[in-house]
Design a binder for this molecule. Structure first.
Ligand code: MRU
Length: 361
């Protein structure tokens, strides 16, 4: 996608350096971050400089390639194995991170030159992710009629992927076809990925949108002001349960109550046939300070951090929740809009859970 007229991917690799759009500074500042080694790339994932399931999948793949490039040529395996586990321990929930790591690792395992093979595989993983998201946009656009009002949660736009986005990709295609969609943007407390990132993306693309407080969605739905809901996902289990940003479940329950279709847009790297259901997915719990504090520019443009909860109170900060498959109208994929029985399942899994990676360990 373009920023100030210049085409960008969210993440790419150049001369061994992983380059990222810094998502912690958006929308107040557009800046790039360079990660010269796998350690910096891992830190960028952990600190959410890069975030969104497909984007951290590409980051994981690139980090493995960096590890092989850093490792001693004679025996790269002990160093690379430790590096791989370090990268895998950054965030536990999104399947894409492990898919990216496994993809680059497997290519190295069967190669004479592991560094070259893992680099080529990581690049291919990122390119395939872009193509999947492009196709999600093409298929999903069929759901968005003239003037459709689409509610989305968190940021599942191009910033959350290598390019194009998942939930927002159909919106971009529908807009390009002249259908003038309107997007209700959930603020998405506590990190405000909707208010900060989705709103910034949609502004850049000239798409009509309105930021709403997370609590406002049910009221809008009850008044008939939402035509459909589209979110992304961090992991879709074998039974079709979709794990996504905390608050997604509430939107799916409300959508069911008011008869509004709720879709999940998902690239292949997000499907996890080895995990039976949403309850089996490890949910990341983040620091309570993310709930206590908010940051942004004051009236002079200086970024300030302010407390928004009562001093002395504790907070809990689960980052994701699981939406049961029965609430999901369809999965917008690179192969079309699928029903639950059509998604990859444990019995059709092409790849077993590989490389001994356990989320969060
Ligand atoms: O914690 P984040 O910001 O990485 O969470 C991102 C989400 O929950 C997205 O909705 C999900 O990764 C899908 S992105 C295409």
């Amino acid at each position: 996608m373009r920023v100030h007229g210049i085409p960008y991917r969210t993440i790419w690799m150049e001369g061994g350096v992983v380059r990222l759009i810094d998502q912690n500074r958006l929308p107040f500042e557009f800046a790039l971050v360079d990660c010269p080694t796998h350690r910096e790339t891992a830190a960028a994932i952990r600190e959410m400089v890069v975030r969104g399931a497909p984007a951290i999948g590409a980051a994981g793949a690139f980090a493995v390639a960096q590890a092989f490039a850093e490792a001693p040529a004679r025996d790269p395996w002990p160093y690379a194995r430790e590096a791989r586990d370090h990268v895998a321990a950054t965030r536990p929930t999104a399947r894409d991170l492990f898919a990216g790591i496994e993809h680059a690792w497997r290519a190295a395992e069967s190669a004479v030159d592991p560094a070259a093979a893992s680099l080529a595989a990581a690049q291919a993983f990122a390119d395939e992710s872009v193509e999947s998201c492009r196709r999600i946009g093409e298929h999903g656009a069929a759901l968005i009629g003239e003037g459709a009002r689409v509610l989305t949660h968190c940021n599942a736009g191009w910033l959350a992927t290598v390019d194009y986005g998942t939930a927002l990709a159909p919106v971009y295609v529908a807009a390009a076809r002249g259908r003038r969609p309107h997007v209700w943007v959930d603020e998405t407390r506590p990190r405000a990925q909707g208010a900060r990132l989705t709103a910034w993306e949609l502004s850049g693309e000239g798409i009509s949108h309105t930021v709403i407080a997370d609590n406002a969605a049910a009221w809008l739905m009850s008044r008939g002001e939402v035509d459909l809901v589209i979110t992304g996902a961090d992991r879709v289990a074998a039974n079709g349960d979709a794990v996504n940003k905390i608050g997604t479940l509430t939107k799916a329950l409300c959508a069911r109550e008011f008869g509004i279709p709720f879709y999940v847009a998902v690239p292949p790297s997000t499907f996890d046939p080895a995990t039976p259901d949403g309850a089996s997915v490890m949910i990341e719990e983040r620091a309570e300070d993310e709930v206590h504090f908010q940051s942004g520019p004051d009236e002079h443009g200086t970024i300030r951090r302010i407390r928004v909860t009562s001093p002395g109170s504790s907070a809990r900060n689960p980052a994701f929740d699981a939406t049961p498959a029965r609430l999901i109208a369809g999965y917008i994929t690179d192969r079309g809009i699928l029903q639950r029985h059509e998604i990859p399942s444990a019995t059709t899994a092409a790849e077993p859970a590989a490389a001994g990676l356990v989320p969060g360990e």
